[in-house]
Design a protein around this ligand. Structure first.
Ligand code: NDP
Ligand code: MG
Length: 337
């Protein structure tokens, strides 16, 4: 089991007299910037003018500047713009300011691990990745608690990069919850694998197939929706608080017996082999290359796939049923173009 680092293992002194430049005031930028400032760290924010997030930054008491200016003035440059545009922002505005003594920071390892950003040898390259969305990172901090984080050092030019990373994690409240050490490689590859195989890809494919199976067999789509998608939340909430064993403790014996005997039949040797293939594509850069090239040509395949699923029957029936449940704040995303 990995060692967990807490407040006492980190010292904010590593940030003393140094300025943190938050590049991008979005979900993470906003939360990390405000938490650091409240921890007594000097923070400068970069955000695009005339955007909603620029306005939010002003409302939060920051005076946003350009990425260029923030990178020039900052000692720790934290890249918190969306992952797919980080390398562009880096080339245009950050690279020229990457002088010895500075540090470049991330909350996700993708661009460093896959060589989309190659910082000079003279700078520290660090990561602090909160295991939760920005809003939670901020809320927990305000409560005196913190969202656990992963941290990593890719390049230690100063010889003090690890202390700096732990200090940053402390500044955003991470060490109150506890932080775990990793590498850019491990964080990036496990993150992609998780979202592809379980969290986003695996779960949505499973739900859609189960829904289609019921509807094709003549059952009403409304019932199929309740059984294959709606109730998923109840199960996930049980996982969240007590793992698989708590879920099994709470559901009926019939449900538990069905789980134990039928679940494993779905994840066959063929499925496991496919999981290994997906992991191999993450490890050898195939996925990263595909995704970067896709973005370079304005994402035609991504857009087509998005459009196709937007009007899947489970989505149509779901939009209707969610309106009947007053406790749900129903969301209807914009139709993809
Ligand atoms: P968001 O999309 O929420 O925020 C990015 C922000 O950057 C937006 O405000 C965007 O402005 C702004 N921006 C875009 N271009 C520029 C520019 N040229 N100069 C200045 N600002 C710019 O991103 P996230 O916070 O979700 O993600 C940031 C990083 O954190 C990523 O590496 C992500 O992987 C990581 N992360 C995210 C987590 C999450 O839960 N969200 C969890 C853990 C890590 P605009 O909106 O106006 O375009
Ligand atoms: Mg993730």
């Amino acid at each position: 089991m990995a060692k967990v680092y807490y407040d006492n293992d980190a010292d904010l002194a590593a940030l003393k007299g140094r300025k943190v430049a938050i590049i991008g005031y979005g979900s993470q930028g906003c939360a990390q910037g405000m938490n650091l400032r409240d921890s007594g760290v000097e923070v400068i924010v970069a955000e695009l003018p005339d955007t909603p997030n620029y306005k939010t930054a002003v409302e939060n008491g920051f005076t946003p500047v350009t990425a260029d200016e923030a990178a020039e003035k900052g000692d720790i440059i934290m890249m918190l713009v969306p992952d797919v545009i980080q390398s562009r922002v880096y080339e245009a505005s950050i690279k020229k300011h990457m002088k010895a003594g500075k540090a470049l920071g991330f909350s996700h390892g993708f661009n460093i691990h896959y060589g989309q950003i190659i910082p000079p040898k003279e700078v520290d390259v660090i990561m602090v990745a909160p295991k939760g969305p920005g809003a939670l990172v901020r809320d927990e901090y305000l409560k005196g608690a913190g969202v656990p984080c992963l941290f990593a050092v890719q390049q230690d030019a100063s010889g003090k990069a690890r202390d700096l990373t732990l200090a940053y994690a402390k500044g955003i409240g991470g060490t109150r919850g506890g932080v775990l050490e990793t590498t850019f490689l491990e964080e990036t590859e496990t993150d992609l694998f998780g979202e592809q195989v379980v969290l986003c890809g695996g779960v949505s494919a499973l739900v859609k197939s189960a829904f289609e199976t019921l509807v094709e067999a003549g059952y009403q789509p409304e019932l199929a929706y309740f059984e294959t998608m709606h109730e998923l939340k109840l199960i996930v909430d049980l996982f969240y608080v007590g793992g698989i064993s708590w879920m099994r403790h709470v559901v009926s014996d019939t449900a538990e017996y069905g789980d134990l005997t039928r679940g494993p039949r779905l994840i066959t040797d063929e499925t496991r082999a496919e999981m290994k293939k997906i992991l191999a594509e993450i490890q050898d850069g195939t996925f990263a290359r595909e995704w970067m090239l896709e973005n370079q040509v304005k994402a035609p395949r991504f857009r087509a796939l998005r459009r196709k699923d937007y009007d899947h029957p489970i989505e149509i029936v779901g939009r209707k049923l969610r309106k009947m449940m007053s406790w749900i704040t129903a969301k209807v995303p914009e139709k993809p173009r």
